[in-house]
Design a protein around this ligand. Sequence first.
Ligand code: FEO
Length: 669
Amino acid sequence: MYCTRKVTDDLIWVGADDRRLPFFEGVYGVPDGVSYNSYLLLDEKTVLFDTVDKAVYGVFLENLAHELGGRPLDYLVIHHMEPDHAATLELVLQRYPETTVICNAKIKTMLAQFFPMDLSSRIQLVKEGDNFSSGRHSFSFVMAPMVHWPEVMMTYDATAKMLFTADAFGTFGALNGRLFADEVDFFSECIDEARRYYTNIVGKYGPQVQAVLKKAAKLDIDYVCPLHGFVWRSHFGDYLEKYMLWSSYVPEEKSVMIAYASVYGHTENAANILAARLCEKGVKVRMYDTSVTPASYIVSDAFRCSHLVFAATTYNAGVFVTMENLLHDIAAHNLQNRKVALIENGSWAATSGKVMSEILSGLKGIAFYDQKVSLKSALNEGQMSEIDALAQAIADELAPKPVVSASAPAAAAEVKAGDVDKKAFNKLSYGVEVLTTNADGRDYGCIINTACQVGSGDPKVVTISVIKKNHTCDMVMKAGRFNVSILTEDAPYSLFQRFGFQSGRDVDKFADVSYEDRTANGVRYIPEFTNAVLSCEVVETRELETQMLFIANVVEAKVLSSAPSCTYSYYHAHIKPKKNPAPEQKECWVCKVCGYVYEGAELPADFVCPLCKHGKDDFEHVVPNAKPKQKGYVCNICGHFEPCEGELPADYVCPLCKHGRDDFSPAEQ
Ligand code: FEO
């Protein structure tokens, strides 16, 4: 029996789940299954976007026939020829002989390779930027080579503001009846499998992913429809943010991943002791036994963590086999920009450290700690200090550093008596809170860092100040009441984006949240990633130059969790994503609060950040170094750039997609 779901009024998901597949691509375990997504558009013409794996062909064909309801299938758009999506193409094209295939030239070539049927009269070729209409819907095509094969393309439906993204933005895991990412707690339940999918399937092709993200950034997108996993119709920016990090090889978090290979437990013991020392110093540690955990999970966490420790015993005058396989896998996935520490073990001639460093040293941006711990059979008492020193060296890099430096006295001397040095205010410790209120039947909220207890008698008194241009400020004035939800250190960046980087004038910041909690005054509060809420009634206001100061009595207060409060400096050090290096950065001004970029050499004195409403003082002037352009050749297949002053050698082969010199064009970058 058919099993389908509507994406929109005229687009239907006709794909299927597979929970019996032991290994995706024959190598990646998928204990939670996988979905193969196919979408059918019922416009004036009918259009099918991709097919499915042969394992689920039965229900897929039933879904398709049911939703067509006797109509012909006019078009089949093929985005990717890998058989997990294309294995049933032949069946569909036989069953619907009137169907025209829309694809690019490389897909046409692969179609002929996989299926010996004559499709010459049934193919409509498209290339980058070509347009197509099915009636009400207008489409354009975006080439996405090497995301994940060279023939991959995407389709943008300008009518529905929908992007069909092929493998990009997919996840491992069956849908289990859910179709939209907002039907699950994606960043709690699914992000680990999304990361494992990305890093293992397309992790190697970060530059190609970046290239297609740049193209997608120009599109107005309401829906993202990948070939695996969930459809995105809200808060896609949170997921996009992860893709920006993964594809630029920027760690998601400042933490340590320890992977060890141990035959009799002595190497494991050293790894455990290092983990204990790190945890004592407040460092977050993830730990894997390479003989137990499949490599795809460890590769995935290597993309997540900033610092990696590999501990392995010597084996056959090399390194133990499970560690060797893991490191080759990490190297094959092109991981970059990590700090690495090594622990080797060998009862008579330790070689594992040398082999491990050789495998990793070819990767870009990999730096090794000088402290290599070398065990002879087992860690001895005298070597505890080496483990301590390594733990300290790692912790020193992960703990926030004091800003004061030797130049501080000189800088202080430049400030004249009576001047106000803005840097002095950075020494104050601020919390970070969500301020909420309601007025005219609507709920409002924004991020503040100004809540302060000023009276401890009865009633208790707090002050907050809010930027006057902020809509929530007007609403607090109107309502005369507000709540302050105190954020904790585990608050995700997406929460700051939701309440801090958009205006309640334009959007409902509570749309799609999974909670509806209110205090007795009827004002909403944030029950997640918070440790307390204060419910307040305004007793006095004072208008300052840019801010409105509210003095308020606390009429209700409750503790929500024991998690530590997030400070403003913790937010900057650990939650706010680090900026990705911009290869073609222009002179600009970057908002230190929300990251908004104003392009240009001069920022007007009265400029106000359109996202977070902070003024010029909160912007940092960025002047890029002008780098001379480099001559070379770009691969027409995958986009790889090979620096080269003269001719490429006749036997040159692209290191990414393995195409030869004929597929390269001269370029500068
Ligand atoms: Fe889901 Fe590259 O195939």
